[in-house]
Design a protein around this ligand. Structure first.
Ligand SMILES: *Cc1c(COP(=O)(O)O)cnc(C)c1O
Length: 421
């Protein structure tokens, strides 16, 4: 459930008509709903209310400082995958004790930044990383709390580009070798083993892969304890999917996901960490865009928008689907016809949807891409020298620009022409 609904024929974000935001900020623009974010975060904390837990928002899904502050103020932790994201979490007021650091390629500079600024745990993904972290922490007179990311070799049954828990993926340490690597970790200076970590993929719409992976995690935890390690935290990763099509069977709910965690690892008396990204912010955002031209092609009509693949990359990158809604509700459902909805970028891949059922529209009419809050703005670029897409946060009847649109002058000023040219 989200807070983007029609009122008197006009699509709103909470109490604000999207047309008002378009008039004030221009298009394309991302619009987020604070009430939806709060609601989704609440569903995850409820799903784990049977145990000690920390919901660590996956910053890579949406890293705007205002979004991070909103989440952090509700008590969320953060899962970061770079020094930049770590700095964002801190700038949003989240203390280091609530930040976990994931990722296969943490650099020495990034690990130092986290050790200096405070960190809840590093989710270590390889032996070379473990050795580098130990040496660094030792040289700083610090101690690095770690979990090892274990690859359980389960099929997440999701898109191949976002599956991470099969042995052929680059992520984590194969579960068969986990005990050996934990033994190595325990023997290293300046390393403190605190837990076990997994993250098997994104946009999972079935609970079975989670159940299989978490059952393996439970067995491993028992084995590690028998080996003498103190395992007090289990990081279950993120990945719970969202409905991208309104008419589709909805994926499992957070409460059902929480039950799977309880059934598989609930008896181990560990603090539970989860790292949802998409499920919290995906349906809390839309991309608002205007029609530039309606173009009649051969056997098809094109709706050319002012949003493009550089603003919302998911359709071009993963063939992802986003429902497209007209901001002015058509009076009769029968008034719709199929359009190929495209952007202005010079790539055929810049196609959002073929044959989308939409009412006849004119230049200047507005459309909204649903479910665009996660992996939307964060993946945006300035390809074709299109200014980086701005972001707006709505809360009740108020809205604020939380990232402004850069001017063309600002964009050009980042380049330098060497003197000798
Ligand atoms: C991407 C990622 C997440 C978040 O995944 P979602 O599908 O957005 O919930 C969580 N943990 C790690 C380690 C990730 O890489």
């Amino acid at each position: 459930m989200d807070h983007f609904n029609y009122h008197q024929g006009h699509l709103h974000a909470e109490g604000v008509p999207l047309s008002r935001i378009a008039a004030a900020v221009g298009t394309p623009v991302y619009v987020y709903s604070a009430a939806t974010l709060r609601r989704h975060f609440g569903l995850f904390t409820q799903a784990l209310d049977w145990t000690d837990h920390l919901v660590c928002f996956a910053v890579k899904a949406n890293s705007n400082l205002a979004i991070l502050k909103l989440m952090g103020d509700m008590g969320a932790g953060m899962d970061v995958v770079s020094g930049g994201e770590y700095a964002r979490a801190k700038a949003a007021g989240v203390p280091g004790e609530r930040i976990v650091f994931s990722g296969v390629g943490k650099t020495i500079a990034e690990m130092r930044q986290a050790l200096e600024g405070g960190i809840r745990q590093f989710n270590v993904e390889s032996e070379p990383e473990l050795l580098a972290l130990s040496q660094l922490a030792d040289s700083m007179g610090a101690e690095a709390p770690i979990a090892i990311r274990v690859n359980p070799d389960v099929d997440a049954k999701t898109h191949e580009k976002i599956a991470t828990g099969k042995s052929e993926n680059k992520f984590g340490i194969p579960i068969a070798r986990a005990r050996e690597v934990y033994a190595q970790a325990a023997a290293l200076p300046a390393i403190r083993v605190v837990g076990v970590d997994m993250h098997i993929g994104s946009q999972l719409t079935d609970l079975d892969p989670f159940r299989q992976a978490y059952a393996k995690m439970a067995d491993l935890t028992r084995a590690l304890r028998a080996d003498g390690h103190s395992i007090t935290r289990l990081d279950m990763g993120g990945g719970l999917g969202i409905p991208y099509r309104r008419d589709n069977n909805a994926p499992p709910l957070p409460i059902e996901y929480g039950q799977v965690i309880r059934e598989t690892v609930g008896d181990l008396d560990c603090e539970i960490e989860i790292e949802p990204g998409r499920n919290i912010v995906g349906n809390a955002g839309v991309l608002l865009s205007s029609v530039i031209y309606l173009k009649h092609g051969e056997g098809r009509d094109f709706l050319i928008l002012d949003a493009a693949m550089n603003d919302l990359l998911r359709p071009a990158m993963y063939g992802a689907h986003h429902d497209i809604l007209p901001v002015n509700e058509p009076r009769l459902a029968a008034d719709v016809q199929p359009f190929d909805v495209v952007g202005p970028v010079c790539e055929t891949g810049d196609t959002f949807q073929k044959g989308a059922d939409l009412p006849a529209m004119m230049a200047g009419d507005l459309v909204a891409f649903r479910s665009a809050g996660a992996y939307g703005a964060v993946m945006a670029s300035e390809y074709n020298t299109r200014p980086l897409v701005p972001e707006v946060l709505v809360d009740g009847d108020q809205f604020a620009v939380i990232r402004g649109r850069p001017s063309i002058e600002e964009i050009l000023s980042r380049d330098t022409i060497p003197e000798w040219l």
